[in-house]
Design a protein around this ligand. Sequence first.
Ligand SMILES: Nc1ncnc2c1ncn2[C@@H]1O[C@H](COP(=O)(O)OP(=O)(O)O)[C@@H](O)[C@H]1O
Ligand SMILES: [Mg+2]
Length: 361
Amino acid sequence: MRVAGVMSGTSLDGIDVAIVEIRGRHVETIGFQSTPYAPTVRKAILAVSNTNTHTAAISRLNFELAELYSRAVQRAVKRFGPVELIGCHGQTIYHEGRSNTLQIGEAAVLAERTGVPVVSNFRARDIAAGGQGAPLVPYVDYLLFRHPKRQRIALNIGGIANITVIPPGAAPDGIVAFDTGPGNMVIDALVREFSRGKLTYDPEGRIAESGKVSLALLDDLLSDSYYRRKPPKSVGREQYGTEYVSRIKAYRLPMRDLIATATVFTAAAIAIGIGMAAEKTCPTDLIASGGGVHNPQILSHLTAFLPAIALSTSTDFGIDADAKEAIAFAILAAETWRHRPSNLPAATGAKHGTILGNITL
Ligand SMILES: Nc1ncnc2c1ncn2[C@@H]1O[C@H](COP(=O)(O)OP(=O)(O)O)[C@@H](O)[C@H]1O
Ligand SMILES: [Mg+2]
């Protein structure tokens, strides 16, 4: 079955569309394309995220974003050919694990514009079943990366960074998955300030490379209890917003030093998470994905923190590192279409496995 997966993450950089062919357990990527958000759209999303008001703005954006998703899918379909199903994650504007979550981007509009059935709102059913509604990608990590003899750790470095630890020969209930802390979010916010909005990220980690790491600041950032707390646990845009960036700027160091420190911090938080959850004595592959794989500074700090672990990217395993999360939502949509449960209770804390999402025909 040919499926489009549509993902728009916490970085608010844009809309990723992956088109995949799914045959049984075999997944082939047909094509992948990103459509950046215009700065005005990014601003509109930020304005309604984690606030208590703005009902009208949310209602409007719910429909407007769906038009953008529709165009992004239509562009991909024009380039790579038609699809039979769309899995759309939507844009998260509010999330309180275990009790509520809101991803917007109205599926009715997407189905109407494309003429293709849509699976959306993946997180709600897991929350209804007692889970956190996140993370959902570990189910896909398990399908794609599990190995009988090797421990596999899937790491996605998006706005937030998260890991899925799959022990050798593990059953689904043996998987541990959680957010390790920030991915690119803190770095991006500092770079935006540094460049007065001209840059939205640190290209190839070059600013970080030119700066000096402040151990005092690094210690301070790592002292938050979150990084040592046992999973299940998750973080979001709200933890690493304006206030957090102000705390960093209060150190009054040159901006490049702050960016260098934020970059080590991302890698250190990932390494701490892996240290807590992974088995130390078995052969291990760390399989990285997300925009953070384009920042060699993050990757080289990771290698330094984790000398015993072989670092690769999901591209090395046939899953394009930029497309991975979009591919994951195509696979989750296909599972739902076949009426198969696709949450992992071990990862989300749900009371039972459940079929995820709403289907709009
Ligand atoms: N060439 C690059 N150099 C450094 N960082 C990059 C590069 N390309 C992408 N990134 C980082 O990846 C982020 C986007 O990652 P993505 O996986 O799309 O995250 P999300 O799922 O949160 O949207 C950008 O905001 C940026 O920080
Ligand atoms: Mg993105």
